[in-house]
Design a protein around this ligand. Structure first.
Ligand code: ZN
Length: 357
């Protein structure tokens, strides 16, 4: 990797103070081996980091610093009824935790949290956003048939209104219709996020069967709507990702949609495995790392994160690229073999050093 160079990074008061290629003296030193890369701390934009509700749950540190991820963003596991519990857990964690609050007050206590319109109200979300203005980074709506029941597009119309009133972006999960992908994306504005962008569920993905990008999706991307990977148990297909690459349809952020089940039994496992999949698809390491650092920091409006530069928060991820044949599996059972794999080595979060498992 030609322009990856040996660097010395000075950290003071939880911030990056100086980055130099020349030796630096003084203070407490941490040396890492020559083959270890450093990047800004990895940010996982779509996780389930609220341990309370089975099965879509994980402890933030299990999917966070132990796996090289310095910031996990909970994507709607909790709604207005329980967001204070998630906030309290977040405060006990080593990993930074942020949240997209579910527009349903009950969140993922059930699997069809948008089937009852009475669970969607502005008051609770407004109160939560006032109480936790930095912690809540946006709103989450899971817009697939099994979640919305007979309500169709209505939950997203409410979400649109809340988002506009509170100036917070929407993260919208796409899956099986109804509602149709066209109806969903037509409600999205600049700064909103489509997650599960490379799912392959029939009829409702970003391409027509013939392989053409749907004009409604293209128009949304041109308006500044972001595409997030959100791998998950059933939402990532190599076939779709490959098609996107062939057609120059670029995703913005790589996230996992991780929780205990897909972490332990696959196909997600962890962020490093998800990033390795994009190397195997032919993306270059710099693009892959940007998609888990600088880009999600921009999406989250957290300019203090995502870059190695003086004045930024001292969140760093150290990793190696191992030469080891690795079999990778997507959410529909397709296999890809990579000659290398990304392996987390350690992190620094707010200036503190932690080794990865
Ligand atoms: Zn999810």
């Amino acid at each position: 990797m030609s322009n990856w160079r040996k660097k010395n990074i000075v950290i003071e008061n939880s911030q990056i103070k100086q980055i130099s290629e020349k030796p630096i003296q003084g203070g407490e030193m941490i040396h890492v081996p020559e083959n270890v890369y450093v990047s800004p701390g990895w940010i996982d934009l779509h996780t389930h980091a609220f341990p309370k509700f089975q099965p879509y749950c994980s402890h933030p540190d299990e999917i966070g610093y132990k796996t090289g991820v310095t910031t996990v963003v909970d994507a709607g596991s909790s709604g207005a009824d329980t967001i204070h519990e998630l906030y309290d857990i977040a405060n006990e964690c080593i990993t930074n935790v942020l949240a997209f609050i579910n527009i349903s007050r009950i969140g993922l206590e059930v699997r069809n949290e948008l089937a009852n319109l009475d669970d969607i109200s502005f008051e609770g979300i407004n109160e939560a956003c006032k109480k936790y203005p930095d912690f809540i980074v946006g709103m989450k709506a899971r817009m697939s048939a099994s979640v919305v029941g007979s309500n169709g597009i209505k939950p997203l119309e409410s979400a649109r209104e809340f988002s506009t009133r509170l100036h917070k972006p929407l993260m919208v999960h796409i899956g099986s219709a109804p509602p149709s992908l066209e109806d969903i994306v037509s409600l999205l504005k600049k700064g909103d996020i489509i997650t599960h962008c490379f799912h392959e569920k029939e009829g409702n993905n970003i391409f027509y069967d013939g392989g053409i990008l749907k004009p409604a999706v293209e128009a949304a991307m041109n308006r500044g709507v972001y595409l997030d990977v959100g791998h998950g148990t059933s939402s990532f297909s190599f076939h779709m990702a490959r098609k996107a690459k062939e057609m120059d349809v670029f995703f913005d952020s790589i996230s996992t949609d991780i929780y205990d089940q897909n972490r332990k039994y696959g196909p997600v496992y962890n962020m490093a495995t998800t990033l390795t999949k994009f190397l195997a698809l032919g993306y270059d390491l710099k693009e892959v790392i940007r998609s888990v650092t600088e880009v999600p920091a921009n999406i989250l409006h957290k300019p203090i994160l995502g870059k190695l530069a003086p004045g930024k928060v001292a969140d760093l991820t150290f990793f190696t690229i191992e030469q080891a044949e690795t079999t990778l599996i997507d959410s529909v059972g397709n296999i890809l073999v990579s000659p290398v794999r990304i392996k987390p080595y350690a992190v620094i979060i707010g200036g503190e050093y932690y080794e990865c498992e």
